[in-house]
Design a protein. Sequence first.
Lengths: 120, 120
Amino acid sequence: MDNNVKNYADEEHCPVRNVLDRFGDKWSMLVLMLLSDMEVLRFNEIHKYIGTISQKMLTVTLKKLEVDGLVNRKAYPEIPPRVEYSLTDRTKTLMPIIQDLAQWANQNMADIQYSRSKAV
Amino acid sequence: MDNNVKNYADEEHCPVRNVLDRFGDKWSMLVLMLLSDMEVLRFNEIHKYIGTISQKMLTVTLKKLEVDGLVNRKAYPEIPPRVEYSLTDRTKTLMPIIQDLAQWANQNMADIQYSRSKAV
DNA sequence: AATAGTAATTACCTAAAGGTAAGTGGCAAA
DNA sequence: TTTGCCACTTACCTTTAGGTAATTACTATT
């Protein structure tokens, strides 16, 4: 068995680890889904939609998504500042999968919560 | 705007938060994918396949998946103990989505790493 | 009598994630 | 002259995730 063991956890090369780690955090998926629904949003709009995210974490989350090329950031040189966020083309191929995931979660939440309740 | 704001982050009711939080951790997806490939595995087999997971985290991960009804645990009353893990029917409807996610990660990893490298 | 084998469990520790609250810059309006 | 607006940034703190290494229970084998 030992020499046909696949590389299931190679941190450097495993795409799942390397890429999906990035939105396994608390807020990224939520931000992506919101932007998918609303198309373009300013910083404070996102902040209001997701009532419970802190300003700091919204900054961090958006910056990580931007660095990965999953979100566009467009800053207008105005006072007070205006910054608009939207999804990139790359993200648009991802969203259907995330929507499937969300749908699965919707369909299975009740059963899963029932399982949890039985587990004491 | 304020009164048509959707409930994007309600911790108690949002299915995405409530359900998908559970495999946004470091190991759950990997364990699910491995079990999907191999069908039935013992504790130590999983441990060997995923060379870098600690015994403690494998225990924790499997228990959480079991509690959610995503993994079956079958213990044989033998000495030394034998415990076999496999996916549940509930998980089998989830795996195609996870496979899609993995495929997307595969297809986009190179681009994303390039984006990251440009971001300094 | 000692050791090996399996599936954990436990105590302890470190690092990372995330929250809070205050501050920044620059202009316009009161 | 103060206040408000916006998009952050910073310092500080708490909580959670995850790692290490030792230990457990039970029996068969050496």
